[in-house]
Design a protein around this ligand. Structure first.
Ligand SMILES: [Zn+2]
Ligand SMILES: [Zn+2]
Length: 233
């Protein structure tokens, strides 16, 4: 666990393409964005205990989008914490297990390190444990200290979260830093026109720190880097 700014913690590991989730502490409440790629949610629970807090203090869990790298511990965390689970309308039935995420090409693209994830999505294996979504989120909503932005392109119901006081952006899979800094894993981005527009909006925030779905957070020159990604996409 890494503290990126007051109350902003980055959680990650080597699985799921160096997947990351974000634990936020605001007004005495814990809020989790995404749940990593693992069955038992242990890494999240360990982080909560390291903060001297109890799992039931996680009151809300928001999901950027319904790709399995980001939903791994969700069902277990819901059971343990009793948190309210949030997602966009378009992703909610995939999170709940009623529909599968759209497959992408299995042709090698960008990096051979991505092929296992392309194949996983194509085969729909391994499946995440389904979890019902309690509340829907959309553009303009707020969630604790976060502003919610609908940022389609990578997936139709992809969400981005912005904490204005911390100038902290959670870009989800809109941006990745593993295997290299890029505007998301291109072969996974379903609609490139929408994705470019979403990147432009991400850049307009001029973030100080950017948490991304895969790879380490961007902590230096974040605004410039996001702007360049948006311009060159
Ligand atoms: Zn994704
Ligand atoms: Zn992902």
């Amino acid at each position: 666990m890494k503290e990126l700014a007051p109350g902003v913690y980055s959680l990650g590991h080597g699985k799921g393409g160096h997947v990351h989730a974000f634990l936020l502490e605001s007004g005495g409440e814990l809020l989790l964005v995404d749940t990593l790629f693992e069955g038992d949610a242990r890494l999240v629970l360990d982080a909560v205990r390291q903060l001297g807090r109890s799992p039931t203090e996680i009151k809300r869990i928001a999901i950027t989008h319904a790709h399995r790298s980001h939903l791994g511990g969700l069902a277990a965390l819901k059971r343990i914490t009793g948190a309210t689970v949030y997602a966009h309308r378009w992703e909610a039935d995939i999170v709940a297990g009623d529909r599968r995420a759209q497959a992408v090409s299995i042709v090698p693209h960008q990096s051979i390190k991505l092929i296992p994830f392309q194949l996983g999505l194509w085969l729909d294996r391994p499946r995440h444990t389904p979890c019902p979504v309690d509340e829907l989120l959309d553009e303009g909503d707020s969630l604790g200290p976060l502003q919610v932005m609908h940022s389609p392109g990578h997936s139709p119901g992809h969400l981005t979260f912005w904490w204005p006081e911390r100038r902290f952006l959670i870009a989800g899979d809109g941006i990745a830093t593993w295997p290299d800094l890029c505007a998301g894993w291109k072969v996974f981005n379903l609609n490139h026109v929408q994705h470019k527009a979403s990147l432009g909006r991400l850049a307009s925030f001029e973030p100080l720190t950017v948490g991304v779905g895969h790879g380490e957070p961007i902590v230096e020159d974040a605004a410039d880097r996001v702007r360049r990604l948006a311009e060159s996409y």
